[in-house]
Design a protein around this ligand. Structure first.
Ligand code: UT7
Length: 336
């Protein structure tokens, strides 16, 4: 019998809350100028001016050949556990969002579990590309509130540099590597207030890595493909809708949002979302300039940067929003 079914409803936690945040970036920072020079040497034209004007990105971080998503995830997880004052043995659930796992299987979550010295708790990956962290947070929230776990590590970790086509200037300047994590725990006080997740598989082809492994070979193209304008147009519409749906479920309004932490893909998408929600840009956490687009890691990375800089304080209301391949999107509203 599922142990959660034997727990009386009265003793289930009302909420889950973020007990601590953490993040990790690779050592190597690559500026636009450096990337443009590398690409220029191969006859591909780009510039710092174009990248900054069209995306807001000034730099990104790339891993070395020996570092995988699990290494970045472990660093971010340790950071988050320190912040939450908890030890690896206190964790009873690990959910890791990634599209760039260490291996085809087992899950990167299991590899992280082993590297952290945790034994026995459930551990699995969530694959929702750039929406992965809001998906993972929503699943962890549901599992804690139904009594399956009490303290979860929820991680977003990516090494997108491994799947970039450095001959495609329309995509390779956009993405970077990194990881962010939170410790989520059962709580009687808020907490996560509402979540809203969606997917529309009709748009599989506008953002994908179409290759696969078969018979010991890579079949198809294993590098990232994106129709940037199609993604851009869809993103701005669904981000506004997900934010409004989440606010409605929680009985809150835009005016209650202290910080918007959107997926960090393009400053113009963030500006458009903020405008539609009537939020000034000084309420939007922006790290795309320094990190580029780190897919499932971008939201927890931005969250950790804003918490550690002292901008986000306990009691603040946060709107987290993800959007990306699938097509997937979603939002999480929470009191920090
Ligand atoms: O993480 C998942 C979510 N992903 C996103 O949200 C990404 C959404 N899309 C975007 O952010 C934007 O569409 C891009 C940043 C990808 C592209 O910006 P854009 O303003 O839509 O540019 P574009 O694709 O319309 O290209 C405009 C021009 C083209 O040249 P022509 O045809 O006008 O001569 C491109 O070839 O810019 C050219 N271009 C570049 N030029 C210099 C494209 N990439 C580059 C580049 N450097 N890196």
């Amino acid at each position: 019998m599922n142990p959660s079914l034997s727990i009386p409803a009265s003793s289930l936690p009302k909420f889950t809350r973020i007990a601590g945040t953490g993040s990790m970036l690779p050592v190597r920072r690559v500026s636009n100028a450096e990337l443009a020079a590398e690409m220029g040497a191969r006859g591909i034209e780009t510039s710092d001016d174009w990248i900054v004007e069209r995306t807001g990105i000034r730099a990104r971080y790339f891993v070395d050949a020996d570092t995988g998503a699990s290494d970045l995830a472990v660093g971010a997880a340790r950071h988050a556990m320190d912040a939450a004052a908890c030890k690896p043995e206190d964790i009873d659930l690990i959910i890791l969002a990634t599209s760039t796992p260490d291996m085809v299987f087992p899950s990167t979550a299991c590899i992280v579990q082993s590297k952290l010295g945790i034994v026995g708790c459930p551990a699995f990956d969530v694959q929702a590309v750039c929406s992965g962290f809001v998906y993972a947070l929503t699943v962890a929230d549901a599992m804690i509130r139904t009594g399956t776990a009490r303290r979860a590590l929820v991680i977003g970790a990516e090494v997108f540099s491994r799947i970039l086509d450095f001959n495609d200037r329309g995509t390779c300047v956009l993405f970077g590597d990194g990881a962010g994590a939170v410790v989520l725990e059962a709580s009687d006080a808020p907490g996560l207030l509402a979540t809203d997740l969606h997917a529309d598989g009709r748009h599989v082809g506008i953002l994908c890595v179409p290759g696969t492994v078969s018979g010991g070979q890579v079949l198809g193209d294993p590098l990232l493909k994106m129709d940037g304008q199609a993604v851009f147009k869809l993103a701005v519409g669904v981000l506004e809708a997900a934010a409004r749906a989440t606010l409605a479920k929680a009985g809150r309004s835009e005016a209650d949002i202290d910080w918007l932490i959107p997926h960090q893909a393009n400053i113009r998408i963030m500006q458009s979302t903020a405008r539609r929600l009537k939020l000034p840009m000084d309420k939007v956490v922006v790290t795309v300039d320094e990190h580029g687009n780190t897919s499932a890691a971008s939201i927890p990375l931005a969250l950790d940067v804003a918490v550690r800089s002292g901008r986000i304080k306990r009691g603040d209301t946060l709107m987290l929003e993800g959007v990306g391949g699938g097509f997937t999107w979603g939002a999480v509203l929470l009191d920090y």
